[in-house]
Design a protein around this ligand. Structure first.
Ligand SMILES: *[C@@H]1O[C@H](CO)[C@@H](O)[C@H](O)[C@H]1NC(C)=O
Ligand SMILES: *[C@@H]1O[C@H](CO)[C@@H](O)[C@H](O)[C@H]1NC(C)=O
Ligand SMILES: *[C@@H]1O[C@H](CO)[C@@H](O)[C@H](O)[C@H]1NC(C)=O
Ligand SMILES: *[C@@H]1O[C@H](CO)[C@@H](O)[C@H](O)[C@H]1NC(C)=O
Ligand SMILES: *[C@@H]1O[C@H](CO)[C@@H](O)[C@H](O)[C@H]1NC(C)=O
Ligand SMILES: *[C@@H]1O[C@H](CO)[C@@H](O)[C@H](O)[C@H]1NC(C)=O
Ligand SMILES: *[C@@H]1O[C@H](CO)[C@@H](O)[C@H](O)[C@H]1NC(C)=O
Ligand SMILES: *[C@@H]1O[C@H](CO)[C@@H](O)[C@H](O)[C@H]1NC(C)=O
Ligand SMILES: *[C@@H]1O[C@H](CO)[C@@H](O)[C@H](O)[C@H]1NC(C)=O
Ligand SMILES: *[C@@H]1O[C@H](CO)[C@@H](O)[C@H](O)[C@H]1NC(C)=O
Ligand SMILES: *[C@@H]1O[C@H](CO)[C@@H](O)[C@H](O)[C@H]1NC(C)=O
Ligand SMILES: *[C@@H]1O[C@H](CO)[C@@H](O)[C@H](O)[C@H]1NC(C)=O
Ligand SMILES: [Cu+2]
Length: 564
């Protein structure tokens, strides 16, 4: 056996330890699960060089959290960085009445200062599947992220044959330079960030990059068995096509919500999205690449490299070069939208799709990039993100505290329900690309039913924006190219079995129509999950008022909530 074989065998062994279907600790039902997160600096080596990065418990990605539907979760986060604030978001968890535990900095909490800690306290209500957690201030999610596995309640079955094993796969992105330097450059120029140097799968770039061969991720499989890949999109700015050589991928769940099975040759996973995909090991014994590479809209400067992991059949020759999959072309917008178009929620008796049919509030938000004045920027202005021509300015205190304690002069609730000036959104944009800024939120009475149409614009640099909503899921009832037509498009809405999600890609040059029931009181962030875009203001928030009954009200803030 040569050296590389030895390493691969050790990796196979390490991986087989991770292939736990049901950790013993998960046998009990609806218990309190405690997690301890130590956010600390650690030297990490990737692409032949070592740098110090913030980590959780010394790992990139951080620990996979296993929990069960119905559990109470307590995560004590200790900020052991000497010079940086941190907040952590439990991405896609609904946080029913527990907005204090949601995590976006200056939205639901002030950040934890160095040397302080905060215990996130929430329950897992009506969700099972794959989600993830990440830092939610100042690009901290770059290295502070990990998977969340929510198993069904004990005794509940999957609505598909139980897979032989489950494999969390978290997609990430890596810069050789320090993130502080990348951010400093971004602020100084006013333009886009330097592109990353690699994408990663469970923290490793794979064979197509230098110095990765000994650390590549190997996924051992047995012929004839079916595996559940629990994939989480933790990349920063790359929307990733993912494919496995020779194998079909059957999507059975997105954003912790079951779907009708859809068989695909590839999937697209944007930052913020997650999915469970079944992979049957039905090919000849051998090794096969699982590869991820981004979808990039024309004229966008983005890392276009390819990360790989290796699917290795039992009995295969690990030294052989794995077969390589076919990925859609980097600029293939049709393929980028294809999965979203095919997605249907399971909508079974056990897992119904409760789509709002009567709408109390119709919202129409345009979104895209624009320019804000910046005298100091070397480019003379700053690229900014906008909903309805407004770029969000985060306050110095948290929006949720301001709302709960009725603190004045922090935000206003006059976010426009419609664009103030209409134009041909997907056609030639207005010559004036300047935007407004402000802390303007949208107010929703308790339990109002909302239809939100998100219309992308061709301003500055059109692309696909993955829009993420906190606090509640939405149903994706429609999507299309061109300008949304309020009189003709609703007739094609799917109100029967639309997919339920927390993050949806608004197609370049197109629109999506979402429906939701605003029955979770609190302040809920909505933003583009491309880290660059959210950091330049492509965000707003909904203020959902308390309902009349005690069980419809936001709980009081915990005593250890970080102060500003
Ligand atoms: C990283 O490695 C350098 C060089 O070995 C060392 O001086 C430094 O203390 C390490 N930092 C951390 C956080 O481990
Ligand atoms: C978590 O929140 C629940 C409900 O508000 C409360 O009863 C419990 O005491 C909290 N636990 C901790 C450790 O703060
Ligand atoms: C960003 O990229 C430019 C051009 O390649 C390079 O000169 C600069 O050093 C990079 N900055 C950082 C922080 O990596
Ligand atoms: C990837 O980007 C590099 C520049 O960063 C460019 O030279 C190359 O043509 C691109 N490849 C593809 C397939 O777009
Ligand atoms: C994608 O890029 C290729 C090569 O640059 C080009 O030939 C093709 O027309 C582009 N396709 C689309 C859909 O833009
Ligand atoms: C802009 O430059 C001026 C003069 O150099 C400096 O005082 C100011 O702090 C800078 N502002 C920002 C936002 O960087
Ligand atoms: C909007 O612009 C597109 C692209 O230029 C064009 O095809 C379309 O006809 C325009 N729509 C209207 C209503 O002017
Ligand atoms: C916008 O700019 C184009 C060319 O840059 C010019 O032809 C057009 O007249 C301008 N439109 C307006 C309304 O100023
Ligand atoms: C956006 O706001 C800016 C600043 O008020 C204004 O100049 C511009 O015309 C607005 N654009 C649109 C499309 O509303
Ligand atoms: C919210 O509205 C829905 C639809 O009208 C209704 O079925 C439900 O009972 C309401 N929930 C509450 C808590 O008022
Ligand atoms: C919207 O659809 C209606 C009904 O089909 C049609 O009459 C109208 O021309 C469309 N509007 C635009 C701007 O295309
Ligand atoms: C950390 O957060 C505090 C409170 O919001 C703020 O005053 C301080 O400027 C932040 N520090 C850094 C380094 O961002
Ligand atoms: Cu975006």
């Amino acid at each position: 056996m040569d050296t590389s074989d030895g390493i691969i065998c050790r990796l196979l062994y390490a991986w087989s330890l991770l292939l736990v279907t049901t950790p013993a600790a998960l046998e009990a039902q609806s218990i309190t699960r405690r997690f301890a997160f130590h956010v600390r600096y650690q030297n990490v080596t990737r692409l032949c060089s070592t740098k110090v990065v913030p980590t959780v418990n010394g790992q990139v990605p951080g620990p996979t959290m296993y929990m069960r539907e119905g559990d109470r979760v307590l995560v004590k986060v200790n900020n052991e960085l000497h010079d940086k604030n941190i907040t952590i978001h439990w991405h896609g968890l609904k946080q029913v009445r527990t907005g204090w535990a949601d995590g976006p900095g200056y939205v639901t909490q002030c950040p934890m200062k160095p040397g302080t800690s905060y215990t996130y306290n929430f329950t897992v209500s009506g969700q099972r599947g794959t989600l993830w957690w990440h830092g939610h201030n100042n690009w901290m999610r770059y290295t502070v992220y990990g998977a969340i596995v929510i198993l069904p309640k004990k005794g509940d079955r999957y609505p598909f044959p139980k897979p032989y094993a489950q494999i969390p796969l978290v997609l990430g992105e890596w810069w050789k330079a320090s993130m502080d330097a990348v951010l400093q450059q971004l602020r100084q120029t006013g333009g886009g960030p330097n592109i990353s140097d690699a994408y990663t799968i469970n923290g490793q770039p794979g064979d197509l990059y230098p110095c990765s061969a000994t650390e590549r991720i190997v996924i051992p499989v047995k012929s004839g068995k079916t595996y559940m890949l629990r994939i989480a999109g933790a990349t920063m700015n790359g929307e990733m096509f993912l494919s496995v050589a020779g194998h079909k991928l059957t999507v059975v769940e997105v954003d912790a919500s079951y779907t009708k099975p859809v068989e695909m040759d590839y999937v697209l996973i944007t930052p913020g999205q997650s999915m469970n995909v079944l992979l049957k090991a039905d090919q000849p014994v051998g090794t096969y690449y699982l590869a991820v590479r981004p979808y990039i809209a024309p004229n966008i400067n983005l890392d276009n490299t390819t990360a790989t992991a290796v699917i290795a059949y039992e009995g295969s020759n690990h030294a052989a070069t794995p077969a390589f999959p076919t990925l859609p072309a980097i600029n293939d917008s049709v393929s980028a939208n294809a999965l979203s178009r095919k997605m249907r929620s399971l909508a079974s008796e056990a897992f119904p799709a409760r789509v709002p049919l009567q709408i109390d509030r119709h919202l129409f938000f345009t979104l895209g990039l624009a320019i804000r004045p910046c005298a100091n920027c070397t480019l003379g202005g700053r690229l900014s993100g906008v909903f309805n021509n407004i770029s969000l300015e985060l306050p110095k205190t948290a929006l949720l505290q301001a709302h709960y304690f009725r603190k004045p002069n922090v935000f206003v609730t006059n976010f426009p329900d419609n664009p103030t000036s209409a134009f041909n959104y997907t056609g030639r944009p207005p010559n004036n690309t300047m935007a407004k800024s402000g802390t303007r939120l949208s107010f929703l009475p308790f339990n109002s039913s909302v239809q939100l149409v998100l219309q992308s614009t061709a301003m500055v640099a059109p692309e696909n924006h993955p829009i993420h909503l906190h606090g509640t899921n939405f149903f994706v009832v429609g999507m299309g190219l061109g300008n949304y037509n309020a009189s003709s498009d609703p007739s094609s809405f799917n109100l029967l079995d639309p997919p339920e999600r927390n993050t949806i890609g608004v197609p370049m040059g197109g629109w999506v129509a979402l429906r939701l029931q605003a029955n979770n009181p609190g302040v809920w962030f909505m933003h583009c999950h491309l880290e660059f875009h959210t950091s330049v203001g492509l965000a707003t928030a909904f203020v959902v008022e308390d309902g009349p009954n005690p069980e419809d009200k936001l709980i009081p803030p915990p005593s250890d909530l970080p102060p500003c």
